[in-house]
Ligand binder design. Structure first.
Ligand code: SAM
Ligand code: SF4
Ligand code: SF4
Length: 371
């Protein structure tokens, strides 16, 4: 299979040093951006490295042996991450997702989880702490992650067919090992487990039904994700997107489905349940039904840059402030200042672009910023 790969310019150096407004009020937990969107959800990338080379995320041709990943000293330490998390919580964050690269590759990640799991939201509730993984190390780590305080995990799995899965991860990783990881995670109580499948037309769309059949009636909730034009290296093309409506139609024809109500306003996944009562599935329609108007997610990159959109071209260098010795109040003021000015709505603009072309080049890579 030949994939188009577009050479990328390295955008990791693009950054703004945040402004610290002198007259900022203390965080109230009610921060809103320029479109009245709150800050509820923080995704923290703990490494930019990965042991997979998924063709839509880290194509081998770009992420090869000469690719320069972040040096250890550039990464935020666990203490720095926890301090940042606390300040984001002061601004209203209630949910933190660890991601990457492959987060389970970060050494002693359990120690970070222990530190984060001790934090509580502004109303004293436990933080919704979760992690997205490719599952390759999950069987080995599920118990220690659970013991450290992790509540649940999301596992990415793009095919149940051995040949297709190996072709997609591009490092010959066997599907059985990921399935075993999911089983162990269920057994130790990391629940509910979600399994995310990115659907790319011509590559794994024939796997929609086999994946649905495999997870129907199991402890895992399968979710189908539309292939997005994240980053600049995957050569994305609208024709390769399988709309969620088609995914639902294909499954419904074989195994009837009913729509379900959302868990909460702004939930990104559309939920459907099997008519025979054997569980539910989800669809994340980031391309065909953009959800920018409800987007309350911030992303903190491996080396401490704040991104206010998955499709950003530039991050705000919070690490520079951290390491220059600024106080929590100053960091909170800087974050508040950035969020209040946020006007990102990239996916809405892409939808409005009727020719289906991405409206922006030079976007930062998914493996760097986290999903
Ligand atoms: N390595 C971990 C994993 O694969 O779960 C965490 C990081 S990965 C970047 C997070 C999620 O982003 C994965 O579920 C992956 O499938 C998804 N992803 C990566 N590139 C994507 C793209 N172009 N469109 C849609 N989802 C994508
Ligand atoms: Fe690695 Fe996850 Fe990207 Fe696949 S999707 S290459 S597992 S970071
Ligand atoms: Fe949020 Fe940006 Fe995605 Fe819109 S495009 S939903 S603003 S991350």
């Amino acid at each position: 299979m030949t994939d188009r790969v577009i050479p990328i310019t390295d955008l990791r150096a693009q950054q703004r040093v945040p402004v610290i407004p002198a007259d900022a009020d203390a965080p109230t937990g009610l921060l809103a951006d320029s479109m009245a969107r709150p800050l509820h959800d923080l995704r923290i990338s703990v490494t930019d490295r990965c042991n997979f080379r998924c063709v839509y995320c880290m194509p081998k041709e770009v992420f090869d042996k000469d690719y320069v990943f972040m040096p250890q000293t550039a990464l935020l330490s666990f203490e720095e991450i926890t301090r940042m998390a606390r300040i984001f919580i002061d601004h209203g964050v209630e949910k933190i997702r660890l991601t990457g690269g492959e987060p389970l590759l970060r050494k002693n990640l359990e120690r970070l989880i222990e530190m984060l799991s001790r934090l509580t939201t502004r109303n004293g509730q436990p933080l919704d702490l979760t992690l997205t993984t490719n599952g390759s190390l999950l069987a080995k780590k599920a118990q220690s992650l659970k013991d450290a305080g992790l509540k649940r995990v999301t596992v990415s799995l793009d095919a149940i067919d051995e040949a297709i899965f190996r072709q997609m991860n591009d490092v010959d990783f066997p599907v059985a090992d990921v399935l075993h990881g999911i089983d162990v995670a269920v057994a130790v109580g990391l629940a509910p487990i979600k399994v995310n499948m990115v659907v790319k037309r011509g590559m794994n769309d024939a796997e929609i039904l086999p994946m649905a059949r495999h997870f129907k009636g199991s402890a895992a909730i399968l979710r189908f994700i539309e292939y997005m034009d994240v980053g600049s290296s995957n050569g994305w093309n609208m024709a390769e997107v399988v709309p969620s409506a088609d995914v639902i139609a294909r499954i419904h024809a074989a195994m009837p489905l009913h729509p379900m109500a959302a868990n909460y306003a702004g939930e990104t996944a559309g939920r459907w349940r099997y008519a025979d009562g054997s569980g539910e599935i989800g669809v994340i329609s980031s391309v065909t039904q953009a959800f920018c108007s409800d987007c309350s997610r911030a992303r903190l990159s491996t080396e401490g840059k704040l991104y206010t959109c998955l499709f950003a071209t530039e991050g705000h260098d919070l690490r520079a402030l951290l390491r220059a010795g600024h106080s929590d109040a100053e960091l909170a003021a800087a974050i508040g200042h950035i969020w209040q000015r946020r006007s990102d709505r990239y996916s809405d603009l892409r939808t409005a672009n009727t020719d289906g072309l991405p409206p922006r080049a030079n976007k930062v890579e998914m493996s760097y910023i986290g999903g």
